[in-house]
Design a protein around this ligand. Sequence first.
Ligand code: PMP
Length: 392
Amino acid sequence: MLNKFLNHIAQTSDAPIGLEVNHAEGPFIYTKDGKRFVDFISGIAVSSLGHRHPKVVQAIHQQVDKHLHVMVYGEFVQKPQVDFAELLISNLPAKLEQIYLVNSGTEATEGALKLAKKYTGRTKLISFKNSYHGDTHGSLSVTGRDIYREPYLPLLPDVHFLTFNSFEKLDLIDEKTAAVIMEPIQGEGGIIPAEKEWLKEIQRRCDKADALLIFDEIQSGFGRTGKLFAFEEYEVVPDILCMAKAMGGGMPIGGFASSKEIFQSFKYDPPLNHVTTFGGHPVSAAAAHANLKELLSGEYLSRALEIEKQVKAKLQGKGIVEVRGKGAMLGLQLESWELTRKVVEECFEKEILLGWTLHSNTLVRLAPPLIIEDELLNDVLDSVLEAIGKHS
Ligand code: PMP
């Protein structure tokens, strides 16, 4: 099977992890050769309620028995989309009144950028170094890492990169700016939370210039940081909010929320100027609705904060430069690439999945599912400490 995988599935690196998955349940992924891995990265911040949460699986079954795709997005009334949107919007600040549903994170970014350009009639975009917004051309244009951008130049023009958490060059946010796009907590950049006063200043600058503020919460959303969305912690509400990843409880779906006024610009000049065939697929939307209902009714958000507390208490100072992040979106800053690699490899040997982030090779990503229980959490942290101790 591995050979066929390598042969027929287009590869994006020379070193795929290559686990042969048999099934997955809760915090575990079971392989064909009988191993049980603890998924401590949740499929990269996707399965926050664990794999195959029963409520999500049930909603999927029920929807499959009713209908699959029936029409391109936005033309027919599809109950799973409406139910999800109603519940989500009722849990967002008043100015985020509607959501446009897509299939993935990068599509949410693309839509948000187009919406901002259309609404403002401007083209200039401001982003941040070490950001990650997706791999399609528009998203890559605002992704702040040259090695990923350079092979694909020219990308969108008039994109400017500022330094995250720095007050320098904020004057670039001016009356020519369509939008500032940012992750309130940079994920692939190395789990770096924005500082509150800085984020507030960004919003003030946007307000002054009538530029839109786009938050990419594709990774930080849906409870991962202990809030439904990370921005709630900051008292800053974006004009457009992008989401995906954990949104569908393991099914592919994304979206971007904004005001009715801003979304008007997708209706006219010309009509239908942003369409998608599969966006908000009914099975994914049903899963997203069940996932959100469960997330809001359970103790998941407080559990995320408890996970942060336990991880920090147990790991801080123990051969680790810094334990960073919020809730269950955490990173261990280590001293060297070598040590980082050894820790990830050794934990893998112990059937624990940890990961890197795309823009950092000295950071171990921790993104456990919010359902993880204390005993398993502690076992994993013991293994991490052991690996660090052994290789430091
Ligand atoms: N934005 C952020 C902050 C992300 O973390 C990611 C995925 N790592 C994306 C956008 C892109 O999402 P997708 O892979 O679903 O296109």
